[in-house]
Design a protein around this ligand. Structure first.
Ligand SMILES: NC(=O)c1ccc[n+]([C@@H]2O[C@H](COP(=O)([O-])OP(=O)(O)OC[C@H]3O[C@@H](n4cnc5c(N)ncnc54)[C@H](OP(=O)(O)O)[C@@H]3O)[C@@H](O)[C@H]2O)c1
Length: 326
């Protein structure tokens, strides 16, 4: 089978396609023939060697969400038969024709969701819904979603409305992206490359913002804190902006009943597994009833993974990029 990996950190060209054996699977694992493979911003940062939580050991093949068909199951696996169409959440060595993963990460897929779109139900969509729940967004509130055209952002914009948010405000870095985010139902979309973006957000919210989701990070985190209404919540979940220097948290600014929380999906899965699983069930319902529309920016052949990484690095994507095996 084909596998795409890198033997050194660097530019997208370090991603090379190689031939290898099918992955081994144990008694509690499932072997899946992949059809669509999600590409994450973290894959790009890890490939560069700049992921804030550390670089992977080499050679490395990214771990990400994969949709496919069960090829075989380990002897202790129940309820999953060969031929079943499934989503694998965070499959190891995932840029490949086949992946092996514990059955606990494998979810049968309902009809009506395309394979590429279904990859968004894994970490990305689950992150979006869990972010909103961590921010405790409730009916009638205002929500600011930074990078609203991104893979996580575009689901968060739509799901915020489903959770009852009265005003959904988003930021995006180009007019094309802002138009896209408006088409998803955001009430206001702000150009956060403009110097007065904080004032534009305040005007759109009619005052302070109740909840802010920030996966871009850097200096704007300080501004986010100051944009919060009393009892407002900022949830920080990533650093796609690439700033390596983190701002000091202005603790005195939190005295106005403001809260800042860090978010990690692996931590939610470890400590609140039922909350994490509920999010997937809720997302499946929202996608099948049409209230959330997962958007695929591009379907790129597996062997052209470098091109997929370039799209993310060039900051051109709206929704998610997936690799396809056929
Ligand atoms: N904590 C967790 O458990 C968790 C889980 C999943 C993802 N994440 C993190 O969440 C963040 C977003 O992930 P994603 O999959 O939604 O990524 P994505 O689709 O690539 O979106 C990231 C967005 O960041 C914005 N951006 C700002 N500066 C950028 C730069 N220098 N280069 C590239 N993009 C830049 C871009 O929007 P504009 O052009 O509009 O600015 C882009 O659309 C990432 O940092 C990722 O690592 C965290």
């Amino acid at each position: 089978m084909r596998i795409v990996r890198y033997h050194a950190h660097g530019s997208p060209e370090v991603l090379v396609t190689e031939e290898t054996d099918l992955p081994a699977y144990g008694p509690q694992d499932v072997l899946v023939r992949a059809t669509a493979i999600g590409v994450d911003h973290a894959d790009v940062q890890r490939r560069r060697g700049t992921f804030p939580l550390g670089a992977p050991s080499l050679p490395h093949c990214p771990s990400t969400d994969v949709t496919g068909v069960v090829e075989a199951v380990g002897r202790d696996v129940q309820g999953l038969a060969p031929g079943t169409r499934v989503l694998v959440w965070k499959a190891p060595a995932a840029y490949a024709d086949y992946v092996a993963a514990p059955a606990s990460r494998v979810l049968p897929l309902p009809d009506g969701i395309d394979d590429a779109e279904a990859t968004l139900l894994g970490s990305t969509g689950r992150v979006a819904l869990n972010l909103l729940r961590t921010a405790a967004v409730s009916a009638g509130e205002s929500v600011l979603v930074h990078a609203g055209a991104g893979a996580v952002g575009h689901i968060a914009v739509q799901a915020a409305r489903q959770l009852g948010a009265a005003r959904v405000i988003a930021t995006a870095g180009s007019e094309e992206k802002r138009e896209f985010v408006r088409s998803l139902g955001a009430d206001h979309v702000v150009d956060y490359t403009a110097a007065d973006w904080p004032e534009q957000v305040t005007e759109a919210a009619g005052g302070g913002v109740d909840a802010v989701l920030d996966g871009v990070g850097g200096k704007q985190l300080l501004t986010d804190v100051r944009l919060l209404a009393p009892y407002g919540r900022l949830v920080v979940y990533g650093g796609s902006g690439g700033d390596t220097v983190q701002p000091d948290l202005p603790v005195l600014d939190l005295l106005g009943m403001r809260t800042v929380t860090g978010f990690s999906m692996p931590a939610v899965l470890e400590h609140r597994p039922r909350q994490a699983q509920q999010a997937v069930r809720d997302l499946v319902r929202m996608v099948t009833d049409g209230s959330v529309r997962p958007v695929i920016h591009a379907r790129v052949p597996l062997t052209e993974a470098a091109r997929a990484h370039e799209l993310l690095e060039e900051r051109r994507t709206m929704g998610r990029v997936v690799l396809v095996t056929t």
